[in-house]
Design a protein around this ligand. Structure first.
Ligand code: SF4
Ligand code: SF4
Length: 321
């Protein structure tokens, strides 16, 4: 009997999600035994035309990681959507835009101008920029177009499930693949990780303050961190209260605060706004000077509160006025 087909694909991402698939270690052999991998550019030499030639719906599932920024990524997202029964947004960038989504703080033209013209490492006196199409020796090579915005996968095509994390852990990846193979997928739209806040599963939760009056926030590099005490009790921003669990508190165990890569639970509409409102309500000072002083310890608020979720946030982007 033919094995079910699965595809892995990456768009705007760093490659870490692909590492997780490799980190399945010997379990990958079990996956290969039961599934036929039909596309995995990072590891196997398939061509787009191989996928284009497949009947629509013939792939059981595509695990697509990375946000969508270029025309090529958009094309592949639409193609794999058509060819797959289940399209799974795999990892923070596909789920909520991830780190690439932070580029939505800058207009497209500003990014291109910096990268190709004014970056201090550039030598480009003629201000040449890549062209999407050009003629050369009778050929017309082309490059993908750089779109205006970074988008999460579900802002481009219909998505069946999300596996969160930067990257997702091997454990939740294995659980997702197992559910696929056993045909016991949850309702469409589910995020395949526990729907509870990270704090509820944190080994430091007993020291999490119920009443806290922040005087000054500090970054992890600015002070020695207690190995057992809740980061918030140490005046260090930890995104645990507004972040979904499922990572087994990976960063906390390494004595680093959570930066929010699993995104919010189903009850959190805007992960960054939720965290901001909870912290700001607990700043001791009530007058502007004292509030500003407390906030100097958070020099990059967007990167702190929306590190992985700006593309899916209420604000979504900065508009150049
Ligand atoms: S705020 Fe961070 S350190 Fe504190 S209990 Fe929540 S996840 Fe743990
Ligand atoms: S602790 Fe937070 S940032 Fe670290 S892996 Fe877990 S969800 Fe992601």
């Amino acid at each position: 009997m033919a094995k079910p087909k699965v595809a892995f694909y990456w768009c705007a991402s760093c490659g870490g999600c692909e590492e997780t698939v490799v980190d399945l270690a010997e379990d990958i052999l079990g996956v290969v035994e039961k599934l036929d991998i039909v596309l995995w550019p990072v590891a196997m030499d398939f061509k787009y035309k191989d996928v284009e030639a497949m009947p629509d719906g013939s792939i059981l599932a595509t695990l697509l990681n990375g946000a969508i920024r270029s025309s090529e990524q958009e094309y592949m997202a639409r193609l794999l959507r058509r060819k797959s029964r289940f399209l799974i947004a795999y990892g923070a960038c596909a789920h909520t835009g991830g780190i690439p989504g932070l580029a939505n703080q800058f207009p497209r033209e500003q990014i291109l101008e910096f990268v190709y013209e004014s970056a201090p490492t550039n030598v480009n006196e003629q201000k040449i920029r890549p062209q999407c199409r050009f003629e050369e020796n009778g050929r017309t090579p082309h490059l993908p177009e750089f779109r205006e915005l970074v988008r999460s996968l579900d802002q481009v095509v219909d998505v069946d499930y999300c596996v969160p994390g930067c990257p997702p852990t091997p454990k939740i990846t294995k659980a997702a693949v197992g559910a696929l193979l056993d045909g016991r997928m949850p309702p469409k739209g589910s995020v395949l990780a526990p729907d509870i806040a990270l704090c509820d599963q944190c080994p430091r939760k007993d020291s999490k303050p119920t009443n806290v009056a922040f005087v000054q926030f500090q970054r992890p590099v600015e002070k020695p961190l207690d190995m057992e005490k809740c980061f918030l009790a140490q005046g260090v921003v930890c995104m645990g209260p507004s972040t979904r669990s499922g990572c087994e508190a990976a960063c906390i165990t390494g004595n680093m605060p959570c930066t929010g890569c699993f995104a919010g639970t189903s009850r959190v509409h805007d992960q960054g706004a939720k965290m901001l409102s909870s912290l700001c309500a607990n700043i001791e000072a009530k007058e502007e000077a004292g509030i500003n002083k407390a906030l100097t310890g958070i020099p990059d608020p967007v990167g702190t509160f929306y590190r992985y979720s700006l593309a899916k946030s209420t604000l979504r982007r900065k508009v150049n006025l």
